[in-house]
Design a protein around this ligand. Structure first.
Ligand SMILES: C[S@@+](CC[C@H](N)C(=O)[O-])C[C@H]1O[C@@H](n2cnc3c(N)ncnc32)[C@H](O)[C@@H]1O
Length: 254
C-alpha cells in the first residue's frame, strides 16, 4: 500500500516538474545547504528523490547518492541523472536493511502526503546509531507579501488538520516519539523571488496544488476563490518581491 495520495499526480507532472519548481537554481541551493551536514565518505539515501535534481547536485559535490521514490514518472528522470542507484519504493517501507543507513535526506517530501509517523518509524529502523536524517521542508518561512497571505490562507483552508505541514513544530514531536532526536535547524538560506499575483493565479490553474497536492471537490472551489482573490489584488501584473527562508531540520538516531 502507498501512503502517498499524490503519486499519479507526480507521474503526470514529472515532465515539467523541474522547471516549474525552480530548476537547478533551487536544487543547487538545497545541495549547498545539505552538503556541509553530510559525510562525503558515506553514501546518502535520498527518500522521495523525485527527478533526482537535488541528488544530482549532491553528486556533483562529491556525494554518492541512492534514491527511492514511489512515482515511476519522476524516477525515469532520476534514472537518467543517477543511473541504477534509484528504485521504486515507499518511504514507509524502505528497501534497506535495519541499521544500514548512515545518512538520509528528504527535500520537499513530507508535505506531499505520506504518513509522517510511518516515515519516521522506517527512517529510525533504517538508520545506524548516530545516523542522521536531514529534511528540507516545503513550508519554509511563509512570505508575508499580499500574494503570500492569500497562498498561506489557501494552504490552511485546504489542510485544516495540518497533515501536510512539514515544519519543526509538526515533525519534531512525531520523530521523537519514533526514537529520533531532533537536533534543530541548520543551513538557513534566505531567498528572494519576484512573482506577480496573476502569474501565481495562473500557476494555481496550471496545477501548482493539483500536482503535489490533489485538489478535488471543495478544494477546487477554494483554489478558484484564491485565484479570484489574487487577480483582484492591486496591480495584479506587477511582480511582488517575495521573501522566504529554507532550512534543514536535523534528526539523529541515538
Ligand atoms: C515535491 S517532490 C520532491 C522531489 C525531490 N525531492 C525534489 O526536491 O525535487 C515529492 C516526491 O515525493 C514522492 N513521494 C511522495 N510520497 C512518497 C512515498 N510514500 N514514498 C516515496 N516517495 C514518495 C513523490 O513521488 C515525489 O517525487
Amino acid at each position: 500500500m502507498t501512503s502517498a495520495s499524490g503519486i499519479p499526480e507526480f507521474d503526470a507532472i514529472a515532465p515539467g516538474y523541474d522547471v516549474s519548481r525552480g530548476g537547478t537554481v533551487r536544487a543547487a541551493g538545497f545541495a549547498e545547504q545539505l552538503a556541509p551536514l553530510l559525510d562525503p565518505a558515506r553514501p546518502v539515501l535520498d527518500i522521495g528523490v523525485g527527478t533526482g535534481i537535488v541528488a544530482a547536485e549532491l553528486t556533483a559535490r562529491g556525494h554518492v547518492v541512492y534514491g527511492i521514490d514511489l512515482s515511476s514518472g519522476m524516477l525515469a528522470r532520476a534514472l537518467d541523472r543517477l543511473g541504477p542507484r534509484v528504485a521504486v519504493a515507499d518511504a514507509c517501507r524502505l528497501p534497506v536493511r535495519t541499521a544500514s543507513v548512515s545518512q538520509a535526506v528528504s527535500t520537499w517530501l513530507l508535505h506531499t502526503g505520506p504518513d509522517h509517523g510511518r516515515v519516521f518509524t522506517e527512517v529510525t529502523r533504517a538508520l545506524r546509531p548516530g545516523g542522521r536524517y536531514l529534511v528540507i521542508p516545503a513550508g519554509g518561512t511563509r512570505p508575508t507579501d499580499d500574494v503570500g497571505v492569500v497562498m498561506g490562507e489557501l494552504e490552511d483552508r485546504l489542510d485544516p488538520g495540518r497533515t501536510r505541514q512539514d515544519g519543526p513544530w509538526t515533525l519534531a514531536p512525531i520523530a521523537e516519539a519514533r526514537g529520533l532526536v531532533y537536533r534543530g535547524t541548520a543551513s538557513e538560506r534566505p531567498t528572494t523571488f519576484r512573482v506577480s499575483p496573476r502569474a501565481t493565479a495562473d500557476s494555481l490553474a496550471g496545477g501548482l496544488f493539483r500536482g503535489a497536492w490533489p485538489v478535488t471537490g471543495e478544494g477546487t472551489r477554494l483554489v478558484d476563490e484564491a485565484r479570484e482573490r489574487l487577480v483582484a489584488l492591486p496591480d495584479p501584473d506587477v511582480p511582488r518581491v517575495r521573501e522566504t527562508s529554507d532550512f534543514v531540520m536535523v534528526f539523529e538516531k541515538p
